[in-house]
Design a protein around this ligand. Structure first.
Ligand SMILES: NC(=O)C1=CN([C@@H]2O[C@H](COP(=O)(O)OP(=O)(O)OC[C@H]3O[C@@H](n4cnc5c(N)ncnc54)[C@H](OP(=O)(O)O)[C@@H]3O)[C@@H](O)[C@H]2O)C=CC1
Ligand SMILES: N[C@@H](C[C@H]1CC(C(=O)O)=NO1)C(=O)O
Length: 327
């Protein structure tokens, strides 16, 4: 069969991860990268792949089967998602949990109108963690579900920090409460507020002339990203940033702790340990690109999340092979 023709919209950590992940999936072919920057200033892993100006993206709608959106959830996807769904089948990793249904609606209308499929919020959280939260609740009807992340670098929160005026470089690490984790793993089913589960720690290099107090206040009061947490902002110089904040490890786990029948304790735990958050997220995006392409060919249109996708659609194996090897 002909390879699935894939393009990338937005070339940052995630875009680079998608380029690498596509190279690991021979049933897909990267046909181009679209950037809002000057294409000549964007250097890909594979210099044979063309870089185009985002302004010209509409000209390529017949050359691309699926467009993978790698922009930031806070500042890019709310505009790029609905816009690009008019011209392409799309897949993205939108992760502002508080506004997922607004985004779903904003994607669904243009996608339905154009007869495209828009697969949203794919990745690990939202994404694979979302699936495991849903499995846990469906199987253990009586219990509590907990999600913990880190210690590691959140790309969504880091990109949100970088979107603040006066920030030249920025990253955010998420630190889970070890005490909360111990209580959950012990089956205590504690009531834990958002603030009791994680602390957020930022490292920022300021633009020349930017005011540190203003930047700190803007970050720690940012709705949906920081306001609901105890957050710390550390200001460092370029050299320290380059030396100490170039890796992007992360991870975490979802636990469903419940009781069945005669009060027997049951626990489901799904965990991730990530050497590279962007490369892992990109790998999830690429698997769901395969599913989005198949659903689009079946005539499916409109917005979809991971809850709407049969797992077999993710695999390059045919159903009989899947059953034989993995059932
Ligand atoms: N669901 C999940 O589990 C996960 C979701 N995510 C999501 O992925 C999003 C993207 O993360 P990430 O790739 O780290 O964000 P980046 O800040 O690296 O990239 C975001 C956009 O910024 C632009 N950009 C990148 N580098 C530069 C640069 N040097 N100068 C100017 N602009 C630049 C690019 O657009 P352009 O090329 O057009 O300039 C890019 O698409 C996050 O906001 C998060 O929401 C991430 C991890 C997990
Ligand atoms: N969407 C997150 C993926 C995980 C990480 C996270 C956090 O540290 O708060 N929440 O969800 C990301 O952008 O890295």
């Amino acid at each position: 069969a002909n390879p699935i023709r894939v393009a990338i919209a937005g070339y940052g950590n995630l875009g680079r991860g998608v380029e690498a992940a596509l190279a690991q999936n021979p049933d897909m072919q990267l046909v181009g990268v679209f950037s809002r920057r000057d294409p000549a200033s964007v250097t890909l892993l594979n210099s044979d792949v063309p870089v185009y100006a985002m302004a010209d993206v509409e000209q390529y709608q017949n050359d691309v089967d699926v467009m993978i959106l790698c922009g930031g959830s806070k500042t890019d996807l709310p505009e790029q998602g609905p816009y690009l769904a008019q011209f392409f089948n799309t897949v993205d990793s939108f992760d502002t949990h508080a506004t997922v249904n607004d985004y779903h609606a904003a994607l669904d209308a243009p996608a339905q109108k154009a007869g495209h499929l828009a697969m949203m919020s794919v990745g690990w959280d939202p994404g694979l963690f979302s699936l495991n939260r849903a499995f846990g609740e469906a199987v253990l009807a009586e219990g509590k579900t907990y999600s913990f992340w880190g210690k590691g670098l959140s790309q969504g929160h880091s990109q949100a920090v970088r979107s603040v005026e006066g920030v030249k470089k920025g990253v955010q690490y998420t630190l889970p409460s070890e005490d909360a984790i111990a209580r959950v793993r012990n089956g205590e089913q504690p009531e834990l507020s958002t603030r009791e589960k994680h602390v957020r720690e930022c490292y920022v290099v300021l633009e020349d002339g930017a005011d540190a107090d203003t930047v700190r206040e803007t970050i720690v009061n940012m709705p949906h990203y920081f306001a609901e947490y105890d957050s710390v902002v550390n200001f460092i110089d370029d050299d320290t940033f380059a030396r100490e904040h170039s890796d992007m490890p992360h991870g975490g786990f979802v636990i469903r702790s419940g009781l069945t029948g005669a009060g027997n304790k049951q626990s489901i735990e799904y965990s991730l340990t990530l050497g590279s958050n962007p490369e892992f997220t990109a790998s999830a995006l690429v698997a769901y690109t395969r599913a989005a392409h198949r659903l689009a060919r079946q005539g499916e249109t409109g917005a979809r999340s991971v809850f709407d996708v049969a797992p077999g659609l993710l695999s390059p194996k045919d159903p009989a092979q899947l059953r034989k090897e993995l059932l």
